[in-house]
Design a protein around this ligand. Sequence first.
Ligand SMILES: C[S@@+](CC[C@H](N)C(=O)[O-])C[C@H]1O[C@@H](n2cnc3c(N)ncnc32)[C@H](O)[C@@H]1O
Length: 200
Amino acid sequence: MEKKEDSIKFWENKYALDNTGWDLNGPTPVFDNISKNIKKGKVCILGCGRGYDAVMFAERGFSVTAVDFAPSAVEALNNLVNKKPKNLTVLQKDIFSLENNYFEYFDYIIEQTCFCAIHPKRRPDYARLVTNIIKKNGYLIGLWLPLNKKIKEGGPPYGTTIKEVKAHFTKKWIVDREEFSEFSIPSRKNNEKLIIFKKI
Ligand SMILES: C[S@@+](CC[C@H](N)C(=O)[O-])C[C@H]1O[C@@H](n2cnc3c(N)ncnc32)[C@H](O)[C@@H]1O
């Protein structure tokens, strides 16, 4: 059965009402810092929202594919740049439709508030999607949250635990880095964890 958060309308309505409490109104400091310290490559941002991170990675020379199915999110992202750089592709699509066209394509996938936005029943689909579209030796760079909320409390955002997140990325994955980042925004400190998984 389709869940409310599977529908474009559900998210579009949030943008229309500006009910977007997740929006940082700029690049995510944790990713901003990471982008300075990794090799350039192909980045995918799933459920990219208004796209500040997409623009930041593109400006740093990464080849970026930003995906969101809400028209207002995509419009806001397109409005962030005067002239869209060649290395920034914006797709107004359901993330779960990417598997066929992007098989083992990306060096990096950026996760922030997409895993907690989809219904928990779809988390195995999300893990399969990520596993399929990332290259071998690619990295899933995620801020996993909210850690102070239980799944059964409902959502979105739906809560998670470090144990649950890791359980989705076992086969074909190792943990490359894991920390409560000093760059987390104050309201998310200790309530989100940076875990970078490497596909082996
Ligand atoms: C909580 S918001 C986070 C946006 C962005 N990651 C951020 O941190 O600002 C979740 C986003 O995921 C998008 N989204 C949810 N499910 C999606 C799906 N199946 N395909 C594409 N986008 C999706 C929504 O439209 C929304 O923009």
